[in-house]
Write a protein that binds this ligand. Structure first.
Ligand code: ATP
Ligand code: MG
Length: 396
């Protein structure tokens, strides 16, 4: 018998008219991650079948575990022995090494010319297994082992319990967003959550050399790399924020430093997003986490742009965020000790309830439009993917 990988779709299976768009996108995304492996992918509206060489099965399953849009990954077996006696024995030998107390046989007969109907096959196979394996019983509602048998034209497909996939929508089905990616714990988790909803992301990082080190930037590149393993590749925009930050520090009352700085970050991010066809910004803000994330602060900061800002973590506790960061493998990178630009310029008493009119008044003190223009004109772009080809490749 030959092994085959079967994929059950996640939430996309609830799409009606454009389900084909979602499934073909999923197929494309899978083709991209399997580009170096011989494969054949077929699908219908119910599931997808992937044929690869036997030696590649484990590595392909591991790759599929990082693909959004998949509810379950199942290894199936295809045989061409159609006689019921053979099906009985094949089923028995396939479940030989499985540990279970309860089971259920679920037969589908897509070849309606097959002489025995599905119910009868369930009974015949079920009875045979009960006779040949001791201490097992049938549980039709909540079986530990589901034994699926599909009788097709010239073949029989067998499969059992699958491995849980990530769920969500295939990346790219919902367009593009720009993730404000700092070296912290929150923003990579936010990025992950947006990708999970089918949003293809690009990322933007504000650096302030020499106040921030090359190491801080490398940390962000590493984080982008982890995210790129879910997203195929990430375009990372790196903005030199030094002049803007120093100008703010020199001219703006200290309690408003962070508010004005973040208004500048938002303005730049919205322009970069617009220029790169991203529809939304995504960031790691969480209500109440710091002074700049009170509701009044969020409003005063958000007010400078029209583009929607998605904050996947807005209502999460820090502990929940940390657990998620550990689960997606960004936590250890995020907690490396290098400072990013915000943490260096933190004033002792940042304003908790900033007023928009004061922000506008203070901003008149600096030529921020010119500074923003220059920062955008000079910004650096890196394409982050698994086999990255640039001066940072040793890092990854
Ligand atoms: P994180 O929130 O990622 O843990 P942080 O706590 O250092 O990092 P905050 O001060 O909480 O960042 O900022 C809130 C959000 O603003 C971040 O989650 C991130 O989306 C964005 N942000 C902050 N600093 C930067 C930066 N240097 N470059 C890009 N985005 C940034
Ligand atoms: Mg934060």
């Amino acid at each position: 018998m030959k092994k085959i990988i079967i994929i059950k779709y996640g939430e996309l299976s609830t799409k009606k008219d454009n389900i084909n768009f979602f499934i073909s996108k999923l197929k494309n995304n899978i083709s991209i991650i399997l580009k170096n492996i011989d494969n054949e992918i077929k699908y219908d509206f119910g599931r997808m079948f992937i044929k690869v060489n036997e030696k590649d099965i484990d590595s392909v399953v591991n790759k599929l575990k990082k693909v959004f849009g998949i509810l379950e990954i199942i290894i199936g077996y295809i045989g061409n022995e159609l006689e019921i006696e053979k099906i009985k024995n094949n089923t028995l030998s396939l479940i030989n090494d499985k540990k279970f107390n309860t089971f259920k046989v679920i037969t589908k007969r897509s070849d309606k010319n097959y002489p025995i109907n599905s119910m009868e096959i369930n009974n015949v196979i079920g009875g045979f297994l009960l006779k040949n394996i001791s201490n097992i019983k049938v549980d039709v509602h909540n079986p530990e082992l589901s034994i699926n048998i599909e009788i097709r034209k010239n073949e029989v497909l067998y499969y059992f319990n699958g491995i849980k996939g990530l769920g969500g929508y295939p990346v790219g089905t919902l367009g593009k967003g720009l993730l404000m990616l700092s070296g912290g714990i929150d923003s990579p988790v936010s990025g992950y959550m947006a990708i999970k909803r089918g949003v293809k992301i690009e990322a933007i990082y504000f650096e302030s050399p020499p106040h921030t080190s090359e190491m801080a930037k490398e940390k962000v590149i590493k984080l982008a790399r982890v995210l790129s393993s879910y997203n195929a590749e990430i375009k990372l925009h790196i903005i030199n924020f030094t002049e803007i930050q120093e100008t703010i520090l020199k001219n703006i009352p200290h309690d408003y430093l962070i508010t004005i700085m973040r208004r500048m970050m938002y303005r730049i991010s919205a322009i970069i997003a617009h220029n790169n066809k991203c529809n939304i910004l995504i960031n790691g803000e969480s209500i109440g986490q710091v002074a700049s994330q009170t509701l009044t602060s969020m409003r005063a900061i958000n007010e400078v742009i029209k583009m929607p800002v998605i904050r996947p973590l807005a209502c999460f506790d820090k502990l929940e965020i940390i657990n998620k960061a550990k689960e997606i493998n960004t936590y250890d990178i995020s907690t490396l000790p290098y400072e990013d630009c915000c943490t260096i310029f933190v004033p002792t008493h940042p304003v908790i309830n900033p007023s928009v009119s004061k922000c506008e008044e203070y901003e008149k003190l600096i030529p921020y439009k010119d500074l923003i223009h220059t920062a955008i004109k000079n910004h650096e772009v890196l394409i982050i993917k698994e086999e990255i080809e640039n001066k940072y490749q040793d890092l990854l």
